[in-house]
Design a protein around this ligand. Structure first.
Ligand code: ZN
Length: 80
């Protein structure tokens, strides 16, 4: 129980972080950068030198929401 609460908390804070933000990454996805950081880097990856491109994070948000829901369902079953 305690473990799933911890996971839920982590997932929720991750979701909060992802939500409404714009990320940039290079072709090889060395790292992800927020728009502000990417513009400071002149949209060039500091690791490999490739161009940084806009990365849609909607799939990440969807996956996070799905996982949160799944854990919530599981934990409510256990406590019921
Ligand atoms: Zn790179």
């Amino acid at each position: 129980m305690l473990e799933s609460k911890k996971i839920l908390k982590n997932l929720r804070s991750k979701l909060e972080f992802e939500d409404g933000k714009v990320f940039y990454t290079c072709k090889t996805q060395c790292a992800r950068f927020l728009f502000e950081t990417a513009s400071d880097l002149l949209f060039i990856c500091p690791v490999c030198g490739e161009d940084l491109e806009y990365q849609e994070n909607e799939p990440v948000i969807k996956a996070l929401k799905k996982r949160i829901k799944k854990i919530e369902d599981l934990t409510s079953e256990v406590s019921a």
